[in-house]
Design a protein around this ligand. Sequence first.
Ligand SMILES: [Zn+2]
Length: 284
Amino acid sequence: MEEQAIRKIVSQVVGEYVLKTENAPTQIKHCPGQNGCMPAKLPKVDGAPAWAGLTLTPQQAAQMDAPAWANVKMQGEVQPKSQAEQESSIESPSQPGKIPVEVSARHVHLTQKDVDALFGIGHQLTPKRELSQPGQFLCEERVTLITGKGEIKNVAVLGPVRKSTQVELSFTDARGLGLAVPVRQSGDTEGGGDVYIFSDKDMVRAPGSVIVAKNHIHMTCKDAQAFGVKDNQSVRVKMNTSRPVTFEDVIVRVSDQFSLAMHIDFDEANACAFQTGNTGSLLL
Ligand SMILES: [Zn+2]
């Protein structure tokens, strides 16, 4: 579909948003200088924090054009330090008693029906890179998320397809889209936010699909025995970082299909000044 046609649909669907933002200055949603900031041309959102409307110089904007997280490994990956670091191994440090921590950038899981609608009937998601959890992969396909309040471009799609479409954002992302969304475990989208998902060909409506993923630890049965925990148990995890934070009510998920990793989102990573290779210590 031509860009103009898409814009027409967008303006029908979400009002004047696109037209209004076309001449908007380049803005970023986070304060600058933090690893993992997500630059985007976003309108200022009512109720947004003071730093939300920062305007970049053209030079800064050019530098930030490629989202810092774009090459970050998903769900088993972070941290946008340098390209070289990203390409290098993200092997989990095997320190006894320490849990490797990975940061999940914003992403979308799609149903086959939505894949058909966005990329063409019968389209198969194209794996780009395997993720740390066996069977999961980052796709070549990317999408744009749009609400009446904002948009986020170049959002990662994770495969394989699922039974329901699910959009996982940080609270910062959600705020930029004007969405109030719940913290939920993956697979539970009750009370989730509404969003439109665009490819460069078409769009789908994804009502109730947006959540902030609850932080959690994947582990095998053997890991669970070693840590003395059970599936679905709530634990505390102290982050071994330069700005230590202890996360409460972290859910343990046990399956021999998993590999040991704690997953947090970008807001949580930034809150504790997370760096690649930092670990968490499980506190019961
Ligand atoms: Zn996970």
